[in-house]
Design a protein around this ligand. Structure first.
Ligand SMILES: [Zn+2]
Length: 350
């Protein structure tokens, strides 16, 4: 399977070894995590009646409308980038989320000095703990090409906005609770010249560093990063041992939905080397190492769940990553699984 991975997927043994060393060397930090409650946090599975009630909540038209507003070329620094940012900020403020725009400057190859803006939306800004759902809203700079970045990452952004819209009543109590929800829209995920430590994930690097200095990283129960979603037949894997139990919850939500026949056109074209009947595959993938917005957080011991399909969509970083690649049935199914997982995590506590 690894030889089928596209270029962005770096199976960097060296870096994987480094991560293993970091993990081994941070026993005391891990112990702190135990004290921090998320490793012992074990909300109950949604009851059948709640599961069915929440499964009925959806608004596919809203998802498409949100996608239409986001899926335009939106390179950092462009007028469209501001338009998309303002759309995300205003939509979340309209839904009564507390929205902070984290602005900063950095230098990028080709572009020079750029003004970046991460969007941080919280239901309760005073909460002690957060489940964080994240994606990036910038699109890749491709001179001479109208690159729309449908899967990368307009669909994930639309899914998160749609989740906030569809679940507004169910999430209302989280405006007061100690455990709350945060949506994070990273800026500057894409490299401008060539992917590397100083040319990529500008927003995530800035925010992880800032929150580290402010002592805010401990309030993140888990960072769930969505990327490259929307194409047909996605296959996900568990990348990290410390979030595997949460990955298995996603699997379990998928299984329950399939059992009740609540997933649309739930079939696949049958690509080999994986279970064609599932999105969330049963085997773990520990040896691979994908560079994405989660890295600066992972390196600072924030638990990460990375929802990125392997292999990547075939249209990845090509002009064909546009609406024609979107499989709306798979997109709606995934959005539903993520909504139910979120509700189970946040509301299944008692
Ligand atoms: Zn990309």
């Amino acid at each position: 399977m690894l030889q089928r991975l596209p270029a962005k997927m770096w199976t960097l043994c060296l870096q994987a070894a480094l991560m293993a060393t970091l993990a081994r060397g941070s026993v005391s930090l891990r112990d702190n995590l135990v004290g921090r409650s998320q490793t012992s946090y074990n909300p109950s599975e949604l009851s059948e009646s709640k599961f069915l009630e929440y499964s009925n909540l959806s608004d596919k038209l809203h998802l498409r409308e949100a996608l239409g507003n986001i899926m335009i070329p939106r390179v950092v620094g462009s007028a469209n980038h501001s338009i998309v940012r303002q759309y995300l900020v205003q939509s979340l403020r309209d839904l009564k989320w507390d929205v902070e725009v984290d602005s900063f400057h950095d230098h990028a190859p080709i572009m020079g000095k750029l003004h970046f803006h991460n969007i941080i939306a919280r239901l309760n800004p005073k909460a002690e703990r957060f489940l964080v759902l994240a994606c990036h809203y910038d699109s890749k700079y491709m001179p001479g090409v109208e690159f729309l970045g449908a899967t990368d990452s307009a669909v994930p952004c639309a899914m998160l906005l749609n989740l906030a819209y569809v679940l507004q009543d169910q999430l209302d109590s989280l405006k007061e609770s100690k455990l709350s929800l945060m949506l994070l829209f990273f800026d500057g995920e894409e490299a401008f010249e060539e992917w590397g430590p100083k040319d990529s994930i500008y927003g995530a690097r800035h925010l992880a560093k800032r929150w580290h200095h402010e002592g805010k990283l401990d309030s993140i129960d888990m960072l769930v990063l969505l990327d490259l979603l929307g194409a047909p037949d996605p296959a996900f894997y568990s990348f990290f041992e410390n979030t595997e139990s949460w990955y298995m919850r996603l699997q379990s939500v998928e299984t329950r939905l399939a059992k009740f026949e609540l997933l649309e056109r739930y079939a696949s074209s049958g690509i080999a080397q994986r279970d064609p009947t599932r999105y969330f595959q049963s085997q773990a993938m520990r040896s691979s190492f994908i560079e994405d917005d989660h890295i600066p957080f992972l390196r600072r011991n924030v638990p990460v769940l990375h929802l990125i399909p392997v292999p990547f969509p075939s249209v990845w970083h090509t002009p064909d990553d546009n609406e024609s690649v979107i499989d709306y049935a798979a997109t709606d199914n995934l959005a539903l699984i993520i909504r139910l997982f979120t509700l189970e995590y946040l509301l299944g506590a008692k």
